[in-house]
Design a protein around this ligand. Structure first.
Ligand code: BES
Ligand code: ZN
Length: 632
């Protein structure tokens, strides 16, 4: 059965239901359910998982694995406590590229039969395990393949310390199945314990309760007591140390990076306090960061208790820390209340961007948050232009069936999602909106939810039959319609108004060296660089570069934006810096626009391919999948 042919019920109440599995639709006996159960029932179809959790679902994972840097493999056992809800004879897991060696049932480990289904390029293979009606434990002995897409194995040269290898995982969106056989749907939650064996000179950390220091055995134990979806399974192994920031917060990084990281993120404890002030108690005990080597393909990844973060935010002036606010915000939107399918991704990211900016406003004031809002709005309008205002991918509720979710997840979820929430906030006032969102997080805590369920909550708990308000909020226009509703708020920023004046003066002939740019943060610089005309002559490029030294900027955002102009205007002075950047940094958000700009001319494309050939071994699969396609 293809995953998109099945309909799943939301979790939480699945245990109390008898379901008939069939190929096209699952019917339930609604008459025998209480009203509460019916209200809880949601039909959430996850087209990206083969699992059928209404029949048999995993509740807890005991992972026992060894990490082997020589063979670039992880091997061991994934042992699940399961609920065989349908009392049938099968449980299905997701796998991709895994070697399944043996499968056992029960605590006495009786061997059972299994079979792997056909391979789908994105989804991998379903693993069908034969179980008995009474089976409550399934143990899978397996091994990963050296090219498992979630894993990046770095050689010592690719780390800051240059002495030890390093490994990290990236499971979102559907890559957990490349390193663990798992029911890989965000609508399914598990708790987990793990025992991980690594080379003795290295340390292991996970999205769980962490060790804080290296031991001499090379064996590390972890516990994640709260239920989490599979995409939040995370592991990293390397030469790392821990540095405390506040009572509840700290940083893991390579020894060579820890000092810079401790300076950059010194305010993370304050962020946690600010976040709690807005949406209530942090539910995951500790909040730590792991600063990764530069090949990390994202800015940040909200692995619970341990956000993974790119070192490209180490700007030395704390100017890029909104990214930490973002990942911290996911501790509520995403990790606590989770999108049930990738079509509902905006519930994760839209709420998170909204919350991120609220945290930044709380800490640094409205003028600061306004800058972030304007930059985000620029990203949004660019994305809409790129996709086309009529494109269905510009709707909040997505349809990613048949596609790799990773490729369909764009700024729309982030910035249109955020704008929708700001739009509702404007309509009802901040106080009422805060109360509503608080209640939303509490009501759905540790559950997965979908767009329909959220909208139902919005109607019953906020709109409450007020037709004028319903019209103003315009759910249909925002969630199910392409493009942007006309009455959306266009964010503005006082601080950027000053940047715009400065820019105009330059454009009218004032030399760059005479511009007043004192006290500009990297956001003002970014706004300035984004405003620069697409076509500039060498003299203009030099004038700017001489005055502001953009080519050698230590700020990755500034650098990445400047390189686009350097490429478009054939400013070869930046060539060397550009090549260094592209060979070191693996963050996809930077790589894609830069390679795209290069590939726009035949000559540039040659350059792009030459650099890519050298740089590709430094990139994570998440980035190479996108770039291979773009540059082929
Ligand atoms: N959860 C995302 C990263 C992600 C999204 C990974 C989809 C895989 C699939 C994370 O929270 C995120 O949004 N990171 C952003 C930073 C943020 C400040 C916008 C990034 O990496 O650029
Ligand atoms: Zn995010």
């Amino acid at each position: 059965m293809k995953p998109y042919q099945k309909y799943l019920l939301g979790l939480g109440m699945a245990g109390s239901l008898h379901l008939t599995a069939c190929t096209t639709q699952t019917t339930t006996n609604t008459e025998t359910m209480t009203t509460a159960q019916q209200a809880q029932q949601q039909v959430s179809e996850d087209v990206h998982s083969y699992a059928e959790p209404t029949k048999a679902v995993a509740r807890h994972l005991d992972l026992d694995i060894a990490v082997n840097f020589d063979s670039k493999t992880i091997s061991g056992t994934a042992s699940y406590a399961i609920d065989n809800l349908a009392k049938g004879n099968e449980i299905i897991f997701d796998t991709r590229g895994l070697q399944i060696e043996k499968v056992f049932l029960g605590d006495n480990k009786e061997e059972t039969t299994f079979r792997l289904g056909e391979t789908d390029k994105f989804l991998g293979q379903p693993l069908y395990v034969t179980i008995k009606p009474e089976t409550n434990r399934v143990t899978i002995k397996y091994k990963t393949s050296p090219d498992a897409a979630a894993l990046q194995w770095l050689n010592p040269q690719q780390t800051a310390g240059k002495k030890h290898p390093f490994l990290f995982t990236q499971s979102q969106a559907i890559l957990a199945r490349t390193w663990i056989p798992i029911q890989d749907s965000p609508g399914i939650r598990i708790t987990y314990n793990a025992k991980v064996s690594v080379p003795k000179e290295l340390m292991a950390v996970m999205s769980a309760e962490n060790p804080m220091e290296k031991n001499d055995t090379g064996v590390y134990s972890f516990q994640m007591k709260q239920q989490i979806p599979s995409y939040l399974m995370a592991l990293s192994v390397g030469d790392m140390v821990f540095s405390e920031v506040g009572p509840q917060t700290g940083i893991y990084a390579e020894p060579a990076t820890i000092e810079a990281a401790a300076y950059e993120f010194a305010e993370m404890d304050k962020m946690l306090v600010a976040a709690e002030k807005i949406y209530g108690k942090y539910r995951w005990d500790r909040y730590d960061l792991l600063v990764l080597p530069p090949s990390f393909p994202f800015g940040g990844m909200e692995n619970p208790r341990l956000t993974f973060v790119t070192p490209t935010v180490l700007a030395k002036d704390r100017s890029l820390t909104s990214l930490i606010a973002h990942e911290l915000a996911h501790s509520w939107s995403g990790n606590l209340v989770t999108n049930a399918t990738w079509n509902d991704f905006w519930l994760n990211e839209g709420f998170t961007v909204y919350f991120e900016r609220r945290i930044m406003e709380e800490l640094y004031g409205k003028p600061y948050a306004d800058m972030l809002a304007v930059l985000g709005y620029q990203d949004l309008t660019n994305t809409i232009k790129e996709l086309g205002a009529e494109s269905e991918d510009t709707r909040l509720k997505l349809d990613l069936e048949g596609r790799d979710p990773d490729e369909g997840l764009t700024d729309i979820a982030y910035e249109k999602g955020n704008l929708f929430l700001r739009h509702i906030e404007m309509a009802v006032g901040r106080e009422r909106f805060d109360e509503f969102v608080n209640k939303y997080f509490n009501t759905f805590a540790f559950q997965s939810t979908n767009t329909d369920k959220f909208l139902e909550f919005l109607r019953t708990d906020l709109i409450k039959g007020d037709t004028e308000l319903a019209e103003k909020i315009d759910i249909e226009g925002w969630v199910f319609t392409a493009g942007l509703p006309e009455d959306h708020i266009k964010p503005t920023s006082e601080r950027f108004a000053q940047v715009e004046e400065t820019y105009t003066a330059w454009k009218n002939g004032k030399p760059a060296s005479q511009l007043i740019t004192k006290d500009w943060s990297s956001h003002e610089w970014l706004h300035f660089i984004r405003m620069l005309p697409a076509n500039m002559n060498q003299q203009q490029m030099q004038d700017l570069d001489k005055a502001f030294n953009f080519t050698n900027s230590g700020n990755s955002e500034v650098l990445a934006a400047w390189f686009i102009h350097a490429i478009n205007n054939n400013y070869i002075t930046a060539d060397k810096a550009l090549e260094t950047f592209l060979t070191n940094v693996g963050r996809r958000k930077f790589l894609v626009p830069i390679y795209k700009a290069l590939a726009a001319t035949p000559e540039g494309k040659k350059k792009a391919l030459a650099i890519y050939a050298k740089a590709r071994p430094n990139y994570h699969a998440v980035s190479t999948v996108t770039l291979d396609e773009m540059l082929k």
